[in-house]
Design a protein around this ligand. Structure first.
Ligand code: ADP
Ligand code: MG
Length: 692
C-alpha cells in the first residue's frame, strides 16, 4: 500500500543541506513553500537548523513513525542509511541520488544491496535516481520532490519514470492553468513500479484521470494486467516515445520484418484500453478535458459557435476522428429560432453570430443538453468587444457544472485583455483551448475513451480438439536436433494438431515418390522443395504450381534437384488450390508477453502493401473479428468489385487457433502462414514456416 508515500505525515531528509543550491536544501524548501501539512525533519550531523527547522544528527534521533525519508546522499552511503531507516521503522524511502543501476555494474550492485536491506524491513523504495512525488491534495500538500512546478490542486495525476518528461507534462498543465493532483516520477523504479502507482491512483478518489509516459515497458504482462482493470473505471492517457526508430531486426519471416519496433507496447495499450497519444501537447490538452468533464455516452457532437470558420475546422477534425454531427431535431430548431437572432444559423453547428448574447448561448447549450441526439457539446467562443463576454463565460460554466454531457471550449481571445473571461472559465473547470483543432482533438479523446470502455472485449476461446502433446513432441524433436527452422512436415504436423486446415500434402524424396504422392492427393498439385536453407521458395525456383499429371510432377522435381544442390533436399507435394484470396497470418514471440499475432493481405502483396494488423495473445473472438475488419483491404474479404466474398468465420477461427497454438507452444519464436487461401466456404493454409 502506497498510502504513506503519497499521503505522508512525517518526512525526513537524509542529506539535508544548508546550501541554497542543493537538492538536500531544495526538497525542504519545496515542502515548506508548498504548505506541507505534516512534519519535516532535516537530517545533517553538522547542522542544528536548516531553513528554520530543527535538524537531527541521524535518522535514529528523529521522532518515530516516519512515512517518507528522502535520501540525498552519495550512492555508497545509501545501503547503510537504508539499514538505519529499517531499524527506525520508516515506511518509504525516496532516493533522489543517482549512481546506481543507471551507471553500470558497480551501481547495480549497490542498488541490489539496499534493496535486500529494504525488503528485510518491509521498506518500499521510490527511485533511485528520481525526482520524487507530489500530492496537491489540500489535506496533504506534500512536495517530496526537488523540481519547481507548483501545481494548483486538480484531478489529473501524472506518473512517469522520466523526470524530464514528467516535468514537461507538469509544466504543460501549469501553462494551461489546469491543476494536477499526484505526481510521481520514479527514475530507476527499482522497487515501486509504474503499474503499482497506477493501481494506487485508481483507488485515489481525487484522481479522475491518469497521465503516463512510457519509453518501453519493464514488465509488460504485469502492466497489461493492472492497467486493463484500471481503464475499465478510470481513464489512462498515455504517450510512448521512440516511434521513429525502424525495426532493426532483419527477420527471415514476414511477421518479424513487418512488426514495427516496440509495436508490442502499442498493442498492450490498445488491449488494455489506454487512450494513446502521439504528441505530448495533445495528451495534455485531452487530460484537461478528462479532468473536469464527464465521459460522453456516444460520438455525436453538437457545435455552438459565434464565428464561422473555426467551427468548420473543428467539424473536419471531429468527423475525421470518427465523431458525428447530427442535425438538430425539428423541436430543438423551432425552439432556438424563437430565441436567437433571425440571421443566426440554426443547424449543427449553430451559429449564434458574433452579436449572440449569453442568453443565446445558454439556450443553445440547454437545448443540446436536453436533446438525445447529442452526446457532447463543442463551444467556439470568440470574445467581441460589443457583447458581455463575462456573462457568456458564466453561462458556459453553469452548464458545464451540471456535468450532463462533456463540454470543451475553443476560446478565441486575447488572454491579456479578457483576463476575467479566462478566469471565469478556468475557475469554472471548463476545458479551454486556443485553437479549434486542439479543442476538437480533446473532445475526440473523450469519445475515444467512451468507445474503449464500451467496446466488446470478447472471449479467448480454447478449442478442445487440439493435440497439444503432438505439437510439443514435434518441437522437442526439432529442438533436440538443434534445428531453428522446422521442416515442412513438422510445420504441417503442428498445424494439423491445432485444427488449422492445410491443403492436402505428402512428403517425397524422389521424382517417382512425388508422382505417387501426387496421384494419391489428386491432380492438379504443387511441388515445393523443402530444406533448412530454403526460405523464400518461389524466389529460388522451388515452387512449381498447377501440375496436372505425373509427367509434369516428375519433371518439376528433377529440375529442382538440378537447380538446388542441397543435401537432404525433400519435396512437399500439395493440392493445388487456385482462385482464392491470399491472406497472411503469423505470430512472433514478445519477451515477457506471449506472442503477437498478425493478420493481413498475403502472397505477393505482403511486402508491397504491408497491409497487416497485430494483436497480442490471447486473442479474443471480438478481437479476431476486429483484426479482419481493420486491414485496409477489408472490403476484399467482403467480395469487392465482383469478387466472391471469403469465409470470414473460418479466418477468425484460424486466428483464434493460431493464438492458442503459440500460447501452448511458447518455444515458437516466429511463424508465418503465408499464404492462406481464403475461399467462399473455407480457408486453407498452403505455405507455413515455424522457427524456434
Ligand atoms: P514461398 O512463400 O516460400 O515463396 P509459397 O509456398 O508461399 O512459397 O508459394 C508461393 C506462391 O505460390 C503462393 O503465394 C501462392 O500464390 C502460390 N501457391 C503455393 N502453393 C499453392 C497451392 N497449394 N495452391 C495454389 N497456389 C499456391
Ligand atoms: Mg509463402
Amino acid at each position: 500500500m502506497l498510502d504513506a508515500l503519497f499521503r505522508p505525515k512525517k518526512v525526513a531528509v537524509i542529506g539535508a543541506s544548508s546550501k541554497e543550491l542543493s537538492i538536500g536544501n531544495r526538497v525542504i524548501k519545496n515542502l515548506i513553500d508548498f504548505g506541507f501539512k505534516g512534519a519535516i525533519y532535516p537530517i545533517n550531523p553538522k547542522a542544528d537548523e536548516i531553513r528554520g527547522l530543527k535538524a537531527y544528527k541521524s535518522i535514529t534521533d528523529c521522532p518515530d513513525n516516519i512515512d517518507v525519508v528522502h535520501m540525498v546522499i552519495p550512492a555508497k552511503f545509501v545501503p547503510q542509511a537504508v539499514e538505519d531507516c529499517g531499524k527506525k521503522g520508516v515506511k518509504h524511502i525516496i532516493i533522489n541520488s543517482g549512481g546506481f543501476s543507471e551507471t553500470g555494474a558497480d551501481g547495480e550492485a549497490i542498488e541490489k544491496d539496499f534493496l535486500t536491506r529494504a525488503a528485510k524491513y518491509g521498506i518500499r523504495i521510490f527511485g533511485p535516481n528520481c525526482q520524487g512525488v507530489i500530492n496537491s491534495d489540500p489535506d496533504i500538500r506534500a512536495y517530496c520532490n526537488f523540481t519547481f512546478t507548483k501545481p494548483e490542486p486538480g484531478f489529473i495525476s501524472i506518473v512517469a519514470l522520466s523526470g524530464g518528461v514528467a516535468e514537461v507534462i507538469h509544466q504543460g498543465f501549469a501553462a494551461m492553468g489546469v491543476g494536477t493532483r499526484i505526481y510521481a516520477s520514479n527514475g530507476n523504479a527499482c522497487d515501486v513500479t509504474i503499474p503499482e502507482i497506477i493501481d494506487y491512483l485508481e483507488k485515489d478518489e481525487g484522481t479522475r484521470v491518469i497521465v503516463t509516459y512510457v519509453e518501453g515497458l519493464r514488465d509488460p504482462a504485469n502492466f497489461m494486467q493492472t492497467v486493463r482493470q484500471v481503464t475499465a473505471s478510470k481513464p489512462i492517457l498515455a504517450m510512448k516515445a521512440g516511434r521513429t526508430k525502424e525495426g532493426a531486426k532483419a527477420a527471415a519471416s514476414h511477421t518479424g520484418g513487418l512488426a514495427k519496433e516496440d509495436l508490442a507496447t502499442d498493442l498492450i495499450f490498445k488491449k488494455a484500453g489506454v487512450v494513446t497519444f502521439m504528441d505530448e501537447g495533445e495528451l495534455i490538452q485531452a487530460a484537461a478535458a478528462f479532468a473536469t468533464q464527464p465521459i460522453p455516452k456516444g460520438n455525436r457532437v453538437g457545435i455552438i459557435t459565434n464565428t464561422g470558420g473555426p467551427a468548420v475546422i473543428a467539424t473536419d477534425i471531429l468527423v475525421g476522428a470518427g465523431c458525428q454531427l447530427p442535425p438538430l431535431s425539428e423541436k430543438t430548431a423551432t425552439l432556438l429560432k424563437e430565441t436567437l437572432y433571425p440571421e443566426a444559423s440554426v443547424n449543427n453547428p449553430i451559429d449564434v453570430l458574433a452579436t449572440g448574447t449569453a442568453a443565446h448561448y445558454r439556450a443553445c447549450m440547454d437545448a443540446m443538453m436536453a436533446d438525445d441526439a447529442f452526446d457532447c457539446v463543442f463551444i467556439n467562443f470568440v470574445t467581441p468587444f460589443f457583447v458581455d463576454n463575462e456573462s457568456i463565460a458564466r453561462e458556459i460554466v453553469g452548464v458545464s457544472r451540471q456535468g450532463r454531457k462533456p463540454i470543451v471550449c475553443n476560446l478565441m481571445t486575447d488572454r491579456h485583455q479578457w483576463t476575467e473571461v479566462v478566469k471565469i472559465l478556468q475557475d469554472g473547470g471548463v476545458p479551454c483551448f486556443s485553437l479549434p483543432g486542439e479543442a476538437a482533438r480533446a473532445m475526440a479523446a473523450l469519445v475515444r475513451y467512451h468507445e474503449i470502455r464500451s467496446r466488446e472485449i470478447g472471449e479467448a476461446k480454447s478449442f478442445g480438439d487440439v493435440d497439444k502433446r503432438k505439437g510439443e513432441n514435434i518441437l522437442a524433436k526439432a529442438g533436440e536436433a538443434g534445428r531453428k527452422n522446422l521442416s515442412a512436415d513438422e510445420v504441417y504436423g503442428i498445424l494439423d494438431a491445432y485444427g488449422i486446415p492445410v491443403a492436402d500434402w505428402q512428403m517425397a524424396s524422389s521424382p517417382a515418390e512425388a508422382v505417387k504422392a501426387a496421384e494419391s492427393i489428386g491432380f492438379p498439385v504443387v511441388v515445393k522443395a523443402d530444406a533448412a536453407d530454403v526460405v523464400h521458395k518461389s524466389d529460388m525456383g522451388a515452387v512449381a504450381v498447377n501440375l496436372n499429371d505425373g509427367q509434369a510432377v516428375h519433371t518439376a522435381v528433377e529440375q529442382m534437384q538440378q537447380k538446388l544442390t542441397i543435401d537432404g533436399l525433400r519435396f512437399l507435394v500439395q493440392k493445388y488450390l487456385p482462385g482464392g484470396l491470399e491472406v497472411i497470418m503469423g505470430a512472433k514471440a514478445e519477451a515477457g508477453l506471449g506472442h503477437m499475432v498478425m493478420f493481413g493481405l498475403g502472397g505477393i502483396y505482403v511486402e508491397v502493401l504491408k497491409d497487416v494488423v497485430f494483436n497480442l495473445t490471447p486473442v479474443t473472438d471480438a478481437e479476431a473479428e476486429e483484426m479482419l475488419s481493420s486491414i485496409k483491404g477489408a472490403p476484399l474479404l467482403k467480395g469487392a468489385r465482383g469478387q466472391k466474398n471469403v469465409d470470414r468465420g473460418r479466418l477468425a477461427e484460424i486466428i483464434l487457433r493460431l493464438s492458442q497454438l503459440v500460447s501452448d507452444l511458447p518455444a515458437i519464436q516466429e511463424m508465418d502462414l503465408n499464404p492462406i487461401m481464403a475461399f467462399e466456404n473455407t480457408a486453407v493454409v498452403v505455405d507455413a514456416r515455424i522457427s524456434l
